[in-house]
Design a protein around this ligand. Structure first.
Ligand SMILES: Cc1ncc(COP(=O)(O)O)c(C=O)c1O
Length: 390
């Protein structure tokens, strides 16, 4: 009999694995090695640090008093979650659908947008990441969807990514005529506004390349969505819950979307849970009369609710510290990376003066082989990883 093993996502199955025995605060400890500073908090989840005592305490309580409960029933854990979440909601928001992670939250947001508008098409950027399930991956513009080629979920159309650092219309800030927005409106007209259910954008781009939105982009997209009656969905799975100095990155642009999708930091990564936060008018009054056809076995899981309450309580006093630290952090990071040997190959990208930064491979032809996140085989990612660990 073949020996059983856990599938390692996004990698060849024979790639040697990296073993971590402990994760506490900002540190992760590899087997037999010294603790490492976990600057990405694993997959951008433990925004309060690993095994935060408040999260651990709430989870212990929830395990002892609830375990699993049918999604539709009321319970103290669900009440306390609503109480903690309410002050964070954008104005006009009310209904919250709790899911089991980021990708299925995205899928549910798409489903709600389609049901609410009676339209089918969803517009997404051709450089974006929204998750690895069928529709979420179809929505993404990412090398990770190569396995889907020709098998994509129906009902998606892509728009060019607006990126001032590499403008596809060849413009510089001085010559810019906001071609990216003219393009978006052109796609809306070509596809037909009456067929478009939603525009889905990351609050801030994360694994899709940390591509900064042009000034005024989110505000202009909001105006276009209003003009054409399209639902605007902000994917804040990575950029929400403190990563960008606020609960939701779009808040910093002064934009209120129609739905906000969160996961990762929502539970500090301690329990898999995502949420679709919705404008009340998407759900009421229609779904007071007819059933809202959504839900999963683990929707609104008591452990997820407990971890989310701890995460909200823990982040509340510190979340704006991210905004205060962004300038300092940017300078320090640039200084630190500048001193490293591989800065010849990788350059820090001042993606945003916030707590989400990336480093980017310099445009050197012989270094084109780096995988998007976790490289396989001959890619340069293991080299970068070794450098980081050193
Ligand atoms: C912006 C964004 N959306 C959605 C997802 C999918 O979340 P999950 O991996 O929890 O399904 C991710 C995951 O990295 C993400 O970064």
């Amino acid at each position: 009999m073949a020996s059983p093993f856990l599938v390692t996502p996004w990698r060849t199955q024979l790639t040697p694995s990296f073993r971590i025995t402990h994760a506490k605060g900002v540190w992760v400890t590899p087997d037999g090695g010294p603790p490492l500073w976990d600057s990405a908090s694993q997959l951008m989840v433990a925004n309060l640090g690993h095994a935060h005592p408040m999260v651990v305490g709430m989870l212990q309580d929830a395990v002892e008093t609830a375990g699993h409960l049918v999604p539709g029933v009321d319970s103290p854990w669900r009440d306390v979650f609503i109480e903690a979440m309410t002050p964070l909601l954008p104005s006009g928001f009310g209904p919250i659908l709790l899911t089991t992670g980021g990708a299925d939250a995205i899928e549910n947001a798409i489903k709600v947008a389609r049901m609410a508008t009676g339209r089918s098409i969803v517009l997404t950027k051709n450089q974006s990441y929204h998750g690895a399930t069928w529709a979420a991956l179809t929505a993404s513009g990412d090398a990770r969807k190569v396995g889907l080629m020709g098998l994509e979920a129906p009902g998606f159309a892509s728009i060019e990514t607006a990126n001032c650092a590499s403008c596809m219309w060849g413009q510089e800030p001085a010559s810019c005529q906001r071609e990216c927005l003219t393009h978006l409106e052109g796609v809306i007209e070509d596809v037909g506004a009456n067929r478009i259910a939603a525009i889905l954008l990351e609050g801030e781009s994360g694994t899709s390349g940390c591509i900064q939105y042009p000034d005024g982009y989110w505000v202009a997209v909001r105006a276009l969505a209003d003009r054409y009656g399209i639902c605007l969905i902000a994917d804040e799975v990575m950029s929400g819950f403190g990563r960008c100095g606020d609960w939701f990155a779009v808040s910093r642009y002064g934009v209120v979307p129609d739905m906000v999708v969160v996961a990762k930091g929502l539970t500090n990564g301690a329990v898999p849970m995502g949420a679709v936060l919705m404008r009340e008018s998407l759900v009421l009054p229609r779904y007071q009369r007819e059933p809202l056809l959504v839900g999963m076995t683990y929707s609104a899981h008591p452990l997820g609710c407990a971890a989310a309450v701890a995460s909200i309580r823990g982040l509340s006093p510190v979340i704006h510290r991210a905004k205060e630290l962004e300038g300092w952090w940017g300078l320090e990071l640039q200084r630190a990376l500048g001193g490293l040997r591989w800065s010849l190959i990788f350059e820090p990208v001042a993606f945003w003066g916030r707590l989400m930064w990336s480093i980017q491979r310099r445009n050197i032809p012989s270094f084109r082989g780096m995988g998007p996140t976790n490289g396989t085989g001959t890619s340069r990612m293991p080299y970068l990883k070794r450098g980081c660990i050193r």
